[in-house]
Design a protein around this ligand. Structure first.
Ligand code: SF4
Length: 287
């Protein structure tokens, strides 16, 4: 009995993932952008890029990543840096919890592992600020392990190729998408092409395809390496995937701010420490 909203021909054990893998790898070898974090297998450098890329575009991240790696080139240097310094290096990227968690994780790695980045998926996942996607990305890209990495781009690509019409936010559908991503990355190990990099390149090919070709609007299906296997394209239903449902209505929020000024016109302000766990860490606040 097929599950509602899921292409009935879809089975994560069927031959489709196997046939997609060589096409994706060949396309990636020809079309991958030359990004500095792709020239290394240092898990620290890859971790920094993955955290910076959350909610942020590649072109914005590039100068930040370059500067960060110049100034804090090792896990130990991040662990020892002052919170103010790392905050300064992050300034402009937003979502500061990310960088505070990175420093917490770096300190855990230094204290418990002598500064060596963990290689086991579960150990990576246990680090502060590291979720299933980031752990999968690090383990596959840095260590070539068959760990899936399912982000928004990959979800879009997979729902279109396999015709997954239920919302990827639903638990069952999300689990299915992880299975598909796992099946693809595992199948990459069967290829003789680049066995040292197969899992790394396969995951990155899905991310890159989602970023460059299978874009949210007007994907370039004519130049897509997997169009002949793509259910959405073959049925001319590309716009239907992924099914993200209706956006929640925006809630209006009100904020009040004030400046304390004495009779001489001097205002009173001080720096809230960057290490503050509150949302206004490192903001100027009145005394
Ligand atoms: Fe995306 Fe089009 Fe390629 Fe299908 S054929 S994966 S919709 S770009």
């Amino acid at each position: 009995m097929p599950r509602a909203g899921i292409n009935p021909k879809l089975d994560t054990r069927n031959s489709k993932p196997k046939r997609l893998v060589p096409l994706l790898l060949a396309w990636f070898s020809q079309n991958a952008r030359d990004l500095p974090w792709r020239r290394t297998r240092d898990p620290y450098a890859i971790w920094v890029s993955e955290i910076m890329l959350q909610q942020t575009q590649v072109k914005t991240v590039l100068p930040y990543w370059n500067r960060w790696m110049r100034e804090l080139p090792t896990i130990r240097s991040l662990a020892n840096a002052s919170p103010e310094r790392i905050h300064k290096l992050w300034e402009g990227l937003g979502y500061y919890t990310r960088v505070r968690n990175m420093q917490r994780a770096a300190r855990v790695i230094v204290e418990k592992r002598g500064g060596r980045f963990p290689e086991k998926f579960d150990d990576v996942l246990a680090l502060p600020g590291v979720g299933r996607y980031t752990a999968g990305a690090i383990c596959s890209i840095a260590f070539n392990q068959p760990a899936a990495a399912l982000d928004g781009n990959v979800i879009r690509v997979l729902t279109r190729i396999f015709g997954v019409s239920n919302s990827p936010r639903e638990k069952q559908t999300n689990a299915l998408l992880w299975q598909l991503a796992e099946s693809l990355v595992s199948n990459s190990q069967l290829t003789t092409r680049n066995p040292k990099y197969c899992c790394s390149y396969l995951n990155q090919s899905l991310m890159e395809l989602g970023a460059l070709v299978c874009t949210p609007r007007r994907p370039d299906c004519r130049s897509c390496p997997v169009s002949r296997f793509c259910l959405a394209f073959r049925q001319d239903r590309v716009e239907e995937f992924p099914n993200l449902g209706k956006r929640a209505a925006p809630t209006s929020r009100r904020f009040a701010a004030f400046i304390v000024e004495n009779k001489a016109g001097c205002s009173f302000a001080n720096d809230r420490p960057a290490s503050s766990t509150r949302i206004f860490g490192n903001f100027l606040t009145s005394n």
